[in-house]
Design a protein. Structure first.
Length: 85
């Protein structure tokens, strides 16, 4: 092996810069944790509300589907009656 180094030697980083980096890292982790908790609470409340409203929404959808099917059957029967004549 040759005695040539692969790259330049690392610089000495100021303790103030190191402290700032670690402080921002820890602050970012804490902020992310608190933000996640807040959003999780909001999402859980929304899910609970949706679970309460689900039977009502399902009943409305079933009624709408039934009306559409009845209208379609009526239209088809009218169409077939006119074709048969």
């Amino acid at each position: 092996m040759s005695s040539i180094e692969a790259g330049p030697r690392p610089l000495q980083v100021s303790p103030l810069i190191k402290f700032g980096r670690w402080s921002f890292l820890i602050a970012g982790i804490l902020y992310g944790s608190l933000h996640h908790k807040r959003l999780s609470r909001r999402e859980n409340a929304r899910r609970e509300q949706e679970l309460k409203e689900k039977p009502i929404r399902d009943a409305k959808l079933a009624e709408e589907k039934r009306r559409i099917q009845e209208a379609e059957i009526k239209m088809l029967s009218e169409t077939l009656n006119t074709v048969m004549k």
